[in-house]
Design a protein around this ligand. Structure first.
Ligand code: G1P
Length: 301
């Protein structure tokens, strides 16, 4: 019997040093893209894929993430009294039910593999989704929903991938591509942050996974890898010797909100994606490009 993917893990302990001073007191996951914090996009994607329980692996200074997913009684009451039913119902739609969220702390920054291992007791003995909150995605149907559909056909482990510029491969986990199956393909090998020229393909791991619980016992003994951190990719490579891994080639857009450029790009792209904002936004962007043309011209030399 195939076990349903009911739980999702969100590693949110990272310090966000690339966004200082913005992230001195605010977690990077709470920075906003248009009018929602980054983490809300990722949780919404998981919910759309049928996830019922949301597990956050947090760290110091991240308590506001827990507040964000709690009921804000005074706010809801004020909105109701003022007849602001649109805003109220939007908040209520996004509100997890009591008992649907769990929080644990990573305590020490030892890498993504270690962060995932910290969720082992909360996940227990069942398959789970893993969503890296730096990456937010845009498509009609969510990346994780497509992955759950592939999982229902293949079982085992699923990793979403996309093509990258070969010159960027050293920044990511890269997978090897084997035979096509269903809506995906068999993964043959993977490597975390390959040295230039050694990547097995240009398919990079874009931050969405469905994993079997056996990953936890492997992570338990996983030694440090790239960047002197406990790497999830290294542990998945060991699990792949025992269980198949399938790749899902996502066709939508991915924004890496871990970098200022990706974060700004996400803001513009999600404003253009929103039907209530896109006409106005398109005019604003065109106007700005015209206004700044002399400066851009000078910079081009
Ligand atoms: C992590 C993963 C890597 C993946 C990337 C996607 O790396 O280890 O395999 O490609 O996320 O963002 P990090 O960004 O933590 O260096």
């Amino acid at each position: 019997m195939m076990r349903k993917v009911r739980k999702a893990v969100f590693p949110v302990a990272g310090l966000g040093t690339r966004f200082l001073p913005a992230t001195k007191a605010i977690p990077k996951e709470m920075l906003t893209v248009v009018d929602k914090p980054v983490i809300q996009y990722v949780v919404d994607e998981a919910r759309e894929a049928g996830i019922e329980h949301f597990i956050f692996v947090t760290g110091r200074n991240k308590a506001v993430i827990e507040d964000h997913f709690d009921v804000q009684f005074e706010l809801y009451d004020t909105l109701a009294q003022r007849g602001k039913s649109d805003q109220l119902s939007r908040l209520q739609r996004l509100q997890p039910s009591p008992g649907q969220t769990s929080f644990t702390r990573q305590q020490v920054p030892l890498g993504l593999g270690h962060a995932v291992w910290c969720a082992r007791e909360l996940v227990g003995d069942e398959p789970f989704a893993l969503l890296l909150p730096d990456m937010i995605m845009q498509s009609e149907k969510s990346c994780m929903r497509d992955m759950v559909e592939l999982y229902e056909q293949t079982g085992n482990n699923i990793i979403a991938v996309q093509e990258c510029d070969p010159a960027e491969a050293h920044k990511y986990g890269i997978v090897g591509r084997g035979e096509t199956t269903h809506t995906g393909f068999r993964i043959t090998g993977m490597v975390e942050k390959p040295k230039p020229g050694t990547a097995p393909s240009n398919l990079y791991i874009n931050g969405r996974y469905i994993l079997q619980p056996e990953i936890f016992s492997i992570l338990e003994s996983q030694e440090k890898g790239a960047g002197n951190e406990i790497q999830l990719t290294d542990a998945m490579l060991r699990l792949e010797k025992r269980q198949p891994f399938y790749g899902y080639h996502y066709q939508g857009r991915t924004f890496d909100c871990g970098s200022p450029e990706g974060f700004i790009e996400a803001n513009v792209a999600f404003a253009l994606w929103r039907k209530d904002l896109n006409q106005g936004m398109a005019g604003v962007i065109r106007g700005l490009l015209d206004d700044y043309e002399p400066l851009l011209h000078r910079a081009r030399g």
